[in-house]
Design a protein around this ligand. Structure first.
Ligand SMILES: [Zn+2]
Length: 216
């Protein structure tokens, strides 16, 4: 089973990918990780990638695609991949489609976590971590109360970089870039839209139902 996973920043895509890895024995492909690993190796390619990233530019498709090729052609990962953050554009989606069939595999499903912008904002902006006990709260969805938390409220910290404008920008960029790719998969009848407004466990239940329906 090969799965492609989509979701806006902050939608909990990483958590769902980890669930799939753990429960289905899939191998997660994250292009971000692949690029970082290559940079760490300080290979010629790694140095080239670092220069591109440092300039704030996008790593070209041919470099990204060559990493994906190496993995899909590796028998160790035959038909058990989960793609997180790839494909990022239509040419990459076309490339993946051809590559997958070249190596006699198929994409089983494309899962898209759909999250309402307001809910996403509240999830991210409302997040509070207790610096004393480490428990994570959310002032909108799971506020700290004397019943569930005994620490003093001064210990509740918010992440400083989570401001509203940045989140909305990231969300809109994601939607604009991803919509054409989702339409591409919709035409191939591979797209499954998931209600990402639900709790983490409920989201995974929806994914399980879809996967069970594929096996049937
Ligand atoms: Zn605490």
């Amino acid at each position: 089973m090969n799965i492609v996973l989509f979701g806006p920043p902050g939608a909990g895509k990483g958590t769902q990918a980890d669930n799939l890895v753990k429960n289905l024995g899939l191998h997660k492909i994250s292009t971000g990780d692949l690029l970082r690993d290559e940079v760490k190796k300080k290979s010629l390619l790694g140095i080239k990638i670092k220069t591109i990233i440092d300039k704030g530019e996008f790593v070209p498709d041919d470099i990204i695609n060559s990493f994906i090729d190496k993995i899909i052609s590796n028998k160790k990962f035959y038909n058990r991949l989960i793609f997180d953050g790839y494909p990022r554009n239509l040419p990459q989606a076309e490339y993946l489609k051809n590559l997958i069939s070249k190596y006699n595999q198929k994409i089983s499903c494309v899962l898209s976590l759909d999250v309402n912008k307001e809910i996403l904002l509240k999830r991210i902006l409302g997040r509070q971590t207790c610096s004393k006990c480490g428990v994570i709260f959310n002032e909108y969805f799971k506020p700290s109360t004397p019943k569930n938390h005994s620490c003093d409220l001064v210990h509740l910290k918010k992440r400083s970089d989570d401001n509203e404008k940045t989140i909305i920008e990231r969300y809109d960029i994601y939607l604009n870039k991803t919509l054409p790719i989702l339409n591409f998969y919709k035409k191939l009848k591979l797209l499954y839209e998931i209600n990402g407004d639900a709790e983490i466990n409920q989201i995974y239940s929806q994914i399980q139902v879809i996967i069970a329906s594929l096996d049937a």
